[in-house]
Ligand binder design. Structure first.
Ligand code: CP3
Length: 373
């Protein structure tokens, strides 16, 4: 606790105290997240292991279903590495899902083919919310930690491994709604009509996310990313009260180093372009941007405090080689010269993306970005 407090009291850019990554053969991502010089702009793709890859679909079929794949550390490790065999990506992301936490809380996650996630026991009554307990990651989420450990070992330092969790708010959206939605009115109704109950749920989620991310870091995650996928559904004041406050607590609660190596954190609030400064103030190392934001304007707006990740429109990957190369160059040019940019899409890759287009993008980013470093 005393150590956590001490880290918390370091004012700005505590990450800059770290200089070298000795274990990683390719530490470009870590350097860019710490805004240190790199030879080129690192790139990885949200949902890089997913249904657009035929080898992913084959492994998923062997596992039986998406959830069985998540729960099988050998196969989850296999798919974590699959995109790296095809493309010169600068990071791997642990193959899992943000909904493992509510599942570990007993909500009973399953996936309906073509419809996305569904909970057998969504939080429909006050009593169910008051009964919730913070899961112990090493007990209830052991399969994820085993995947992190195995993926970390299998990578052997080739590139960093990204661990992740959903934000307390985004998890609450699914837990109360019971599945996917476009507006998540169930939890939004609760936060307006029963704010204390909403805060109780967010508090439990917050403690769960902190414990889960720290356990992933202990197991070998080199970077952590927090997906606040639905934060952009909120008004500015509701965003502050029901999402941002908890994002800050998560950033405060996660360890910033392991064995003397920095563990940078990335916060991605989809639709949060107008709150970038507030997100920076959480103390995260980097902010993820969706494609609606001008990354150059965002950089000018926040100064040198954090790195930025993003933000090519995933739809670009459905077009041609020429268009992909041109649009990649546009994003690089918009960010401009210097370090502190991690190239990514503005959201997950579409399942209808031709795999070779991801290769075109990764190579274009590596090729064009050298001029900016
Ligand atoms: O990025 C990666 O490659 C790592 C794996 C990853 C998955 N989900 C695998 C997955 C990550 C980081 C996530 C995060 C996640 N999961 C989020 C936040 C990011 C985002 O996309 O906004 C959310 C909201 C979820 C919840 C979730 N999981 C939904 C809504 C769905 C259905 C979406 C769909 O396209 O059908 C999932 C399923 C899921 N998670 C798939 C994958 C590869 C597809 C499942 C399949 O193979 O059938």
């Amino acid at each position: 606790m005393a150590i956590a407090r001490r880290w918390r009291s370091i004012p700005r850019a505590p990450y800059s105290r770290f200089t070298l990554m000795l274990r990683l053969k390719n530490d470009t991502l870590i350097r860019a997240l710490l805004r240190q010089p790199t030879a080129y702009t690192p790139v990885w793709i949200m949902r890089q292991a997913g249904r657009y890859l035929p080898e992913y679909n084959r492994t998923r079929a062997r596992a039986g279903s998406f959830l069985e794949l998540c729960r099988n550390p050998d196969l989850a490790t296999e798919v974590t590495l699959q995109p790296l065999s095809r493309f010169a990506l600068d990071a791997a992301i642990v193959f899992s899902d943000i909904l493992t936490i509510p599942d570990a809380m007993g909500l009973g996650l399953h996936f309906v083919e073509g419809e996305g996630p569904r909970f057998e026991r969504p939080l429909q009554h006050e009593a169910a919310i008051l009964r919730l307990a913070v899961p112990e990651p090493r007990q209830h989420l052991r399969y994820v930690l085993d995947t992190v450990r195995q993926a970390h070992d299998a990578l052997a330092g080739r590139v960093p491994l990204i661990g992740f969790a959903g934000s307390p708010f985004t998890l609450a959206c699914y837990m109360v709604e019971g599945g996917s939605s476009t507006d998540f009115h169930a939890f939004k109704t609760m936060l307006y009509s029963r704010p204390q109950l909403a805060h109780h749920l967010l508090e439990i989620n917050c403690r769960a996310v902190i414990a889960y991310l720290n356990a992933q870091i202990d197991a070998g995650a080199d970077v952590v990313m927090i997906f606040d996928t639905w934060g952009g559904l909120l008004t500015t004041s509701a965003f502050h009260e029901f999402s941002l406050a908890y994002l800050k607590r998560v950033v405060d609660g996660i360890q910033r180093q392991r064995d003397g190596e920095p563990i940078p954190s990335i916060i991605f609030t989809k639709g949060g372009g107008q709150w970038i400064r507030e997100i920076v103030a959480t103390g995260c190392a980097a902010v993820g941007l969706d494609w609606t934001v001008d990354i150059g304007a965002a950089r000018a707006h926040i100064g040198q405090d954090v790195a930025l990740q993003g933000n090519l429109d995933p739809a670009v990957l459905l077009s041609s080689r020429e268009v992909i190369r041109h649009e990649a160059q546009q994003v690089l040019a918009a960010f401009g010269p210097g370090s502190g940019h991690v190239f990514n899409l503005g959201h997950g890759v579409s399942q209808f993306t031709p795999p070779q287009n991801v290769g075109v993008l990764v190579d274009a980013v590596h090729e064009y970005s050298r001029a900016f470093h």
